[in-house]
Design a binder for this molecule. Structure first.
Ligand code: IPE
Ligand code: IPE
Ligand code: MG
Length: 253
């Protein structure tokens, strides 16, 4: 299968809820952990594809705050896989000019994983190609709570007046400050929910849900999602006619 996408109409930022590793494994009579291992390969593949086609930002929801409640054995396996991923991918990230960032409550990560993560973030911070944002130990509601606390502290210290708290101030207090909002959100494995992911940032993001389970989500499946996105009519609350007018004016300039 080959999928045609328009290079000049790519989303700038794609975010992915990588779901379905457990079901992928269970359908094959394997342990859930086997599914996570295969999921790691899919991550490598999608990062490589994103870089190849020239995306600017790719955010991957790898582990939610709620996922800490999974059986300890599964949590340990996921942390081990994350650690190994970080250690093996650093060389590739340097070679391909990829910058890594992370959002989430990193303080909850085991010390070794946190160290690997911070090491890769530091080593890649000046890379100028694709930015990969890993959401680990992430909860959008916690992110918003943290932002509110930051702003309240600024008010208490007299550096900010309550009336100055606007959308931009909130945006700049989120973990995603200086990262543009996602243009496209992909969720694999057919679930139509957000699961506490980027609640503020997704306000005008295009949503794409596919039944494909994360370990099976390959280059073609990704390109298919991008092609679907390119068919969308993003209106941001305006009428279609207004948008055509803006397009025509832009073309005339
Ligand atoms: C996604 O796959 C990986 C994480 C949430 C860490 P799941 O483990 O949620 O797989 P399913 O949803 O049970 O199939
Ligand atoms: C969402 O998947 C979190 C990640 C993909 C990391 P879950 O499998 O944890 O979400 P729910 O439980 O289906 O909402
Ligand atoms: Mg799941």
């Amino acid at each position: 299968m080959s999928v045609l996408i328009e290079k000049d109409q790519l989303p700038r930022h794609v975010a992915i809820i990588m779901d379905g590793n457990g079901r992928w494994a269970q359908r094959r009579g394997l342990s859930r952990i086997e599914g996570h291992k295969r999921g790691k390969e899919a991550v490598r593949n999608i990062v490589e594809t994103s870089r190849g086609i020239g995306l600017s930002y790719l955010t991957l929801y790898a582990f939610s705050s709620e996922n800490w409640q999974r059986p300890p054995r599964e949590v340990r396996a996921l942390m081990g896989l994350l650690n190994r991923y970080l250690r093996t991918e650093l060389r590739r990230m340097m070679r391909y000019n990829i910058r890594l960032r992370a959002i989430g409550d990193l303080g909850r990560l085991p010390a070794t994983v946190r160290k690997s993560l911070l090491d890769v973030i530091a080593a890649t911070q000046d890379n100028t190609g694709l930015t990969v944002v890993l959401a680990v130990s992430y909860s959008a509601r916690e992110e918003i709570v943290a932002a509110v606390q930051t702003l309240a502290a600024a008010v208490q210290a007299g550096r900010l007046r309550p009336g100055e708290i606007d959308q931009q101030a909130i945006e700049q207090s989120l973990w995603t400050a200086d990262i543009p909002a996602p243009d496209l959100l992909i969720r694999t494995s057919g679930e139509f929910r957000i699961s506490n992911f980027m609640l503020w940032q997704l306000a005008y993001t295009e949503l794409y849900v596919t039944d494909t389970l994360w370990p099976d989500f390959d280059r073609d499946a990704f390109l298919q999602a991008l092609a679907d996105y390119q068919q969308r009519d993003r209106r941001f609350g305006r009428t279609a006619e207004q948008l055509i007018e803006t397009e025509l004016k832009r073309a005339a300039r």
